[in-house]
Design a protein around this ligand. Structure first.
Ligand code: CS2
Length: 485
């Protein structure tokens, strides 16, 4: 039987391994959210930074709930394989991780209070935070937020843990960590800051003031297409490295990380791995969120309706491909003009990445959590376009496809994989084929609709027309009509 990956002594020559002595570098980062994306992205940059410049910047990873991945990593001394897929497969073993924590929020809080931790980074997904974006404050109806407000000394949610750790550090005279949000949220640094300040304010206004004055929340744009790990990922990692690896991930060759360079307690030399350290991330982040993630969500729902399993199939579909490009163009029209922002070239590069034949990225994976993603990816840019008097048809089409998909699911008695999945299913069931009622119901969910779009009947009419047409004539016919228009 193949030996488990626990050291780098007998790896094949062509497998890249940590270019530094792991034991010589202490832990400096606590990372919440040990998902595939973190392992394929920030950890790789950190590995490069350690090799180039050293420092005590290894990572202690944590999952608040699940133990499986932390246990797999711990059984491998923190080592795991990144399989990069394009025409050719390449494997690289990452050494940046130390002992990980799984399913133990109290241990995560203790780790966050450790003075050695100078950066606390997060990839916990949009839904884990509980931030009211319109009010830039806590969302007290979010389950983890409500639980942490009730028991602030035993927090189990993201904002509760970050706030409680900062409180303890302040009391102990320990410098605060820099809090680094790496989720696909607009102005993610400011958003995390608003959530943490909201949590602190409800407990102790002095703490809120101290955090506001002393804690840095740099914003980031993160990008690397990382499909969910499958058995095939693990088999390929084993074939390439000669070792069994239960924490392996697969990803594309492309990777981008743009970081606002504001780290009062220092940071790894992430630029060694190609990260761009800049003064202002906003233009990059809007481009990525609206063009990549926005078109991703469109092709995910359309792909699901058309039985296209993988992203690569959707850009190979002659009717859908031009609509994906149209969506990118519409999103591009909402972007600020800024240095380094070239939407046309970016769109071309995205289409090539989506077409990567070696990457099996499931449309169903991207279709999850629509109520979290749609407002950021489609509704905010649509509201911007309306304000500018721009053409919002691409967004009306996207919303209609999402609603049609929700309606189809409800007819089959299924709920979408979404924190508000049950509510969506109920709404779709009750609306039946009353398209206006379905749109009203879904857009009436708290926090979904941005102010600029809420009262716009023209926008709603365009969605309802398309939804009706999809029901009557099928999505494919409507796609062709969109193209002809
Ligand atoms: C995707 C993202 O699942 C999704 O919602 O749009 O995970 C996307 O693959 C990454 O942001 C790419 O960097």
């Amino acid at each position: 039987m193949t030996r488990r990956l626990t050291d780098c002594t007998d790896l094949p020559r062509d497998v890249q391994r940590p270019g530094y002595d792991r034991a010589a570098h202490g832990i400096g980062i606590l990372h919440l959210g040990l998902g595939a994306f973190h392992r394929a992205h920030q950890a790789v940059y950190t590995d490069d930074a350690l090799a180039a410049e050293g420092g005590d910047w290894r990572i202690r990873g944590a999952n608040l709930r699940s133990r499986e991945l932390p246990e797999a990593l711990n059984a491998q001394n923190g080592l795991y394989t990144v399989v990069e897929r394009s025409g050719q497969e390449r494997a690289r073993v990452i050494g940046a991780h130390g002992a990980a924590i799984g399913g133990d929020p109290a241990a995560v809080l203790r780790a966050a209070c450790d003075p050695a931790i100078r950066i606390l980074s997060l990839t916990v997904s949009e839904k884990a935070y509980g931030i009211d974006r319109a009010a830039m404050d806590l969302d007290e109806s979010h389950a983890a937020v409500a639980a942490d407000l009730a028991r602030p000394d035993a927090p189990a949610g993201v904002l509760g843990i970050v706030t409680a750790a900062l409180r303890t550090r302040r009391a102990a005279g320990t410098a605060p960590f820099t809090a680094l949000c790496c989720d696909n949220l607009p102005e993610n640094g400011a958003l995390l800051r608003a959530g943490v300040l909201g949590m602190a304010r409800r407990r102790d206004p002095d703490l809120e003031r101290w955090i506001a004055e002393n804690v840095a929340f740099p914003a980031t744009m993160v990008d690397r297409i990382t499909p969910a790990v499958t058995d095939r990922t693990l088999e390929d990692a084993a074939a390439l490295t000669g070792h069994r690896d239960l924490a392996a991930v697969e990803t594309e060759p492309f990777s981008q990380w743009v970081i606002e360079d504001h780290f009062p307690q220092g940071r790894p030399a992430w630029e060694a791995g190609g990260a761009e350290l800049v003064g202002d991330v906003r233009a990059h982040e809007a481009m990525k969120l609206r063009m990549l993630n926005g078109s991703h969500s469109l092709l995910a729902y359309a792909g699901q309706m058309l039985d296209l399993t993988y992203v690569r199939d959707t850009v190979d579909d002659p009717d859908l491909e031009p609509l994906i490009r149209r969506h990118m163009q519409a999103a591009a029209a909402t972007l600020p003009k800024a240095a380094g922002i070239e939407p046309d070239g970016y769109a071309r590069a995205l289409m090539a990445r989506f077409a990567n034949p070696a990457i099996a990225h499931e449309t169903l994976q991207i279709a999850t959590d629509g109520t979290e993603k749609v407002p950021l990816r489609w509704l905010a840019p649509a509201a911007d376009l309306l304000r500018q008097g721009g053409d919002v048809r691409a967004f009306q089409f996207a919303v209609a496809v999402w609603l049609a998909w929700l309606s189809d699911l409800a007819q089959r008695g299924e709920a979408p994989n979404d924190p508000r999945g049950a509510a969506l299913q109920d709404l779709a069931r009750q609306a039946g084929d009353d398209d206006a009622a379905l749109l009203r119901g879904v857009m009436g969910l708290p926090g979904l609709m941005p102010a600029g779009l809420a009262g716009d009947e023209g926008f709603a009419d365009g969605v309802i027309d398309r939804l009706g047409a999809i029901r009557r004539n099928g999505l494919r016919a409507v796609m062709r009509q969109e193209l002809a228009a």
